[in-house]
Design a protein around this ligand. Structure first.
Ligand code: NAP
Length: 320
């Protein structure tokens, strides 16, 4: 503990580098900061392993010729971080005070922790429709990531739900893999950028179900077989036959506890410098899906975790 830290931290535990979040970004930041001899602590929060723990087959994470399982990959990543010296603590940050250094965190356990450097890597959660049948078929035909799961529906019929950039991007991506894509949108106009809409409407194998909402995901022991669509106007329900449903109605970054700590954009994502991981507060870095609303892949989150660790190391060097 530095003199400054011991003078200001009262009964708080002081750590040199605290990484908040134990998904691909946080664990990779842990691996790099540990190997740089910075003694990182990773606060693992509510979902250690992050979004990868709720996926099954993964075949787009480089380095594995055969299909691997998301939870297995994250267990390996955590063991790798621990093996090189990162300490994982199962606690949740409920408040982060960045108004003075060392930065001060309140934890769910009641403990207080201070840190010279903080790396925010709390990720995001996909929004779901909230239907019982949707959760019943999650991972068996229901997905929130076309890039992750689209290939499993090669030459089959799928639906994408939503009308924003993500939904249109996912529909276009799936149209290159699947036999047909039905975009289901609750209004009669899309929120997505015009150029994306033009591309969507030009695709022969994409149809749009306007003014429709998913009332029920239909299926059997093989997985999803169709969707019952209700009308948001006055039309009757209709059933479409699909094997996959991709929900693309937005994500929520897990940044509520940091609203007063660092600058967030109007959707709640942490604002980081272009091409880097520095936030609005000197000494606080951010990586992964709590910053990135575009790429949202485990490998890009891991890459950003590495960048945050290198940025943190350089920043600490500048302080000395
Ligand atoms: P979004 O822009 O918030 O769009 C969400 C869509 O889902 C909207 O069309 C919304 O319908 C619909 N929706 C929301 N809740 C729903 C519900 N319960 N049932 C049915 N439909 C529902 O989210 P996003 O597309 O994920 O994009 C998030 C941000 O990332 C945006 O700023 C976007 O521009 C950005 N983004 C950029 C790129 C890119 O630049 N390449 C790619 C992806 C995302 P309504 O339209 O009726 O509200």
């Amino acid at each position: 503990m530095t003199d400054h830290a011991s003078a200001t931290a009262d009964a708080a535990l002081h750590e040199h580098v605290v990484i908040i979040g134990a998904g691909a970004a946080g664990l990779t930041a842990g691996i790099y900061t540990a190997r740089a001899n910075l003694s990182p602590v990773i606060l693992a929060g509510l979902q250690p392993g992050g979004q990868m723990t709720i996926t099954t087959d993964v075949e787009n994470y480089p380095g594995f010729a055969e299909v691997i399982q998301g939870p297995w990959l994250m267990t390996e990543m955590q063991s790798q971080a621990e093996n090189v010296g990162a300490r994982v603590i199962y606690d949740l940050v409920t408040d982060l005070d960045t108004s003075a250094r060392p930065f001060r965190m309140k934890l769910d356990s009641g403990k207080v922790m201070t840190a010279d450097v903080v790396i925010l890597a709390t990720g995001a959660q996909a929004r779901w429709l909230g239907l019982e049948s949707e959760s019943a078929f999650n991972g068996r035909g229901v997905s929130a990531c076309a890039t992750c799961d689209g290939f499993f529906y090669k030459d089959r019929d799928v639906a994408v739900i939503g009308g924003g950039n993500t939904a249109v991007e996912e529909a276009l991506y799936l149209a290159n893999i699947c036999r047909s894509v039905t975009l289901v949108h609750r209004r009669d106009s899309l929120r997505a950028e015009q150029i994306m809409q033009d591309r969507l409407l030009k695709k022969d194998n994409i149809t749009v179900e306007w003014n429709r909402a998913v009332a029920e995901v239909l299926g059997d022991e093989t997985g999803v077989t169709g969707l019952r669509l209700s009308s948001t106007g006055n039309d009757d329900d209709k059933v479409i036959s699909v094997h996959g449903m991709f929900v693309a109605i937005g994500h929520d970054p897990a940044t509520k506890a940091f609203a007063d700590a660092v600058a967030l954009d109007d959707e709640g994502y942490i604002i980081a410098e272009a091409g880097g991981t520095r936030t609005s507060v000197d000494g606080v870095f951010a990586a992964g899906d709590c910053v990135d609303k575009i790429y949202r892949q485990a490998v890009t989150a891991a890459g950003m975790g590495c960048m945050a660790a290198l940025d943190a190391e350089r920043w600490l060097g500048e302080q000395e």
